[in-house]
Design a protein around this ligand. Sequence first.
Ligand code: NAD
Length: 490
Amino acid sequence: MTATIPWSKENLPKKLFINNEYVESKNSKKLESRSPKDDSLIANDIPLAGEEDVDAAVAAAGEAFKTWRKTTAKQRRDCLMKLADLIDANAKPLAELTRLSLGAPWSTFGSFEIALAAEGFRYFAGWCDKFTGESYPQEDGFLKIVRNEPLGVCAGILPWNGPLGNVGMKAGPALATGNTFILKPSEKTPFSALALGTLIKEAGFPPGVFQIVTGDGSTGALIASHMKVHKVSFTGSTGTGRRIQEMAAKSNLKRVTLELGGKSPAVVFDDADLDNAVAWCANAITTNTGQVCFAASRVYVQEGIYDKFVEGYKAAMEKKGKGVGDPDSLETLMGPVVDKSQHERVMGFIERGKTQGKLLTGGYAVGEKGFYIQPTVFEGTADDAEITKEEIFGPVAVLNKFKTEEEIIEKANDTYYGLMAGVFTQDINKALRFATDVDAGMVGINAISMAFLSAPFGGTKMSGLGRENAIDALRMYTDRKTVFINMVKQ
Ligand code: NAD
């Protein structure tokens, strides 16, 4: 299969994708996109879908649902598999379109998130004929059949930190189970998602089944409060997630999945393999320039190994720092943060952090232009300090010492978030005690900040609601229907 998208940075996709066609937005308002490399203008005529556009997408999706829900599992599987193959075949140009406004180097996050999108579609394609219902015996005179029914028109509202990576995780299970789907990418990173339209059509999806509307929060709000949208799967900040749940409740009680923020603890015990712990902790806060929901942003190290860990972690972070630079250079490991406002936000935390803990390394912006930040670690921060508590969403970690297992469970759980935790130790009993007691949706043992399509992904507390990936995602896009047959001889 060869690359087929006509889109590139010289020919950006700038139309909505509705009913398998690229169409002009009916809204005169437009979005602007700027390069995180130097704040230069990429485009200022990206469609901002308004009410008429969202209504058109929902109407087309509603119409398409009538037939798509009745297609065979094989038909749905073939479309999803073909889309996955097309994404792989177009990986380079798609990544270019993401990287333009995200600033991720191709060698690290740039290629990874395209592969994740393709694998997401492939993984859920495999489920099409396996997510069967059940039947229950008829000893009481009634045979019960339980069916997994699609919900109808579903939508995915995306953040900017994984513009395509998230798409397979949302659209994959929605389409596999017979729903139709509307994708709303982040206003900060719209291009690669918009480019998918060409591939959706080529993959054989009928008109209206998979559509893309770009816009900002106002477009997201139109979707979340729409009376004919039956499900929203949202990934983004906790504040927006709360608003989406309110809008869902106030409109048609649509189903909601929320994948929100985090402040994930990595806990390193005295008996840990030091090099392994250092490597995971450093990678986990610098991948995608720390703009990762499950980044290991709180590191706790037991007192016996603390000094050695500090030495190794500082060196590892400084090595990462040497790889900060132009995301188009092959040597670069860490690109800029996504834009000016994110840069100001992260640098604000760093400046205020200088009075909340001892700066171990980093603490400054890199270069004269663009939004680069040196990987930064603060030591000895109070439990209630802003940088210990708040999600920063940049390459900034806090590092603290602990004495006992009991103490560290308290500290790890002292957060409103509960997305991920990691524990580093050679003692499997201690690791499993920690995994049991920590309040998080995902726990890594001798690893952290990692996820799998085949295992549930999501958080507890204010990190979210529901789960993505695995069979859980299929459950989130279906409702159960009980059909019963009177077997009593009439
Ligand atoms: P955000 O909440 O600002 O925006 C996310 C999306 O919501 C965008 O598409 C935006 O247009 C839309 N939106 C904004 N206001 C809206 C409203 N009122 N109604 C409906 N939609 C609205 O988040 P962001 O800054 O793009 O992403 C960063 C956040 O996402 C971080 O908190 C991060 O932790 C979180 N995140 C979570 C996960 C996860 O799986 N748990 C993954 C990635 C990112």
